[in-house]
Design a protein around this ligand. Structure first.
Ligand SMILES: NC(=O)c1ccc[n+]([C@@H]2O[C@H](COP(=O)([O-])OP(=O)(O)OC[C@H]3O[C@@H](n4cnc5c(N)ncnc54)[C@H](OP(=O)(O)O)[C@@H]3O)[C@@H](O)[C@H]2O)c1
Length: 283
């Protein structure tokens, strides 16, 4: 299995285009460790998720092979709060350095310059390698970038899937122009783009057919899955990462589905198949 890699922003770091999300993650260390071994060595967590400890457990003994991304809560964006939150994340993760530290949500009550001063301080002290944001609009990215004094913002983590294509209007082209990687969250639309495997691989033709009948998009996805010999989840993720500068971070508690998601890279949908998906799931 090969997972293609993409450059992180304008840095010299290469990341897998499929990473591992951990919101509501309950799978224990093993699925994450397995994903890393398959090449999905980017793990995304956040102080909000309460999964930093399991991420720490998963990376034990292979820290140097994993790129850890975590986030500071939108309610903790005062200078001292950011520094305190980073200390806590480092402790829970059991590591010396966070590879990518992201502002989880913008907060209009705190000047972004104050937050970014703390983020830059964390890079200077060596506690953070790269700074990212999440859920930032173009305007908010502009403001945040203007507040930086010495380090760049290398990524924006935003919702993106066949069912949620809004970023194609503005955020995605902005990031592509400005060398910011897009970390696509909820890329499987919470599992709804993979009705078959969401049932745990059990054969539930009645249920699947009902779901598909209700949703022509899923039928198209299933059709392309049949043509390519891939699963609907793999097709949905491959579509996501077919966009330059986009990395998808699906979450799965299951080792088998983690492996399935890792198999979404290393092959290409044809332009006709991409067009069909674009047409069926309009922006
Ligand atoms: N920055 C933000 O504000 C933000 C917001 C939301 C999410 N995120 C990040 O993005 C990650 C992914 O997003 P998400 O967890 O919301 O949604 P997602 O990855 O689109 O979907 C996760 C759901 O899909 C199921 N699933 C995973 N792989 C599957 C497969 N191959 N076939 C069928 N079902 C599958 C999972 O079930 P099982 O676990 O049972 O397999 C889970 O119920 C999060 O974990 C988090 O790291 C960030």
């Amino acid at each position: 299995m090969t997972i293609n890699q993409k450059q992180l922003g304008g840095t010299d770091v290469m990341l897998p285009e499929i990473g591992l999300g951990t919101w509501k993650y309950r799978g224990g260390a093993e699925p994450l460790r397995h994903g890393v071994k398959l090449g999905a060595f980017l793990i995304d967590t956040a102080e909000m998720y309460r999964t930093e400890d399991v991420v720490g457990e998963a990376v034990r003994g292979m820290r140097d092979r994993v790129f850890i991304a975590t986030k500071v809560l939108g309610g903790h964006l005062r200078y001292d709060q950011v520094l305190g939150a980073a200390e806590k994340s480092l402790r829970l993760l059991g590591v010396d350095c966070i590879d990518l530290y992201q502002v989880h949500w913008p907060n209009s009550r705190v000047p972004i310059s104050e937050t970014m001063r703390a983020m830059e301080r964390l890079v200077d002290t060596g506690q953070v390698r790269y700074i990212g944001v999440s859920n930032f609009s173009v305007e908010e990215m502009e403001e945040a970038r203007a507040a930086m004094t010495k380090h760049p913002i290398v990524s924006n983590q935003v919702v993106y899937s066949l069912k949620r294509r809004g970023i194609e209007r503005d955020v995605l082209p902005y990031c592509q122009r400005n060398r910011m990687t897009v970390l696509a969250y909820t890329p499987l639309a919470s599992g709804s783009l993979a009705p078959d495997s969401a049932s745990g691989g059990r054969k539930t033709p009645g249920r699947a057919a009902r779901l598909m009948g209700r949703n022509q998009g899923i039928e198209t996805l299933q059709g392309i899955a049949n043509e390519t010999g891939k699963t609907p989840a793999q097709v949905a993720l491959n579509w996501c990462v077919s966009h330059p500068g986009v990395i998808a971070i699906p979450k799965s508690n299951s080792l088998a589905r983690t492996e399935e998601n890792c198999g979404a890279s290393g092959w290409y949908l044809s332009s006709e198949q991409l067009d069909r998906l674009d047409h069926t799931f309009p922006v």
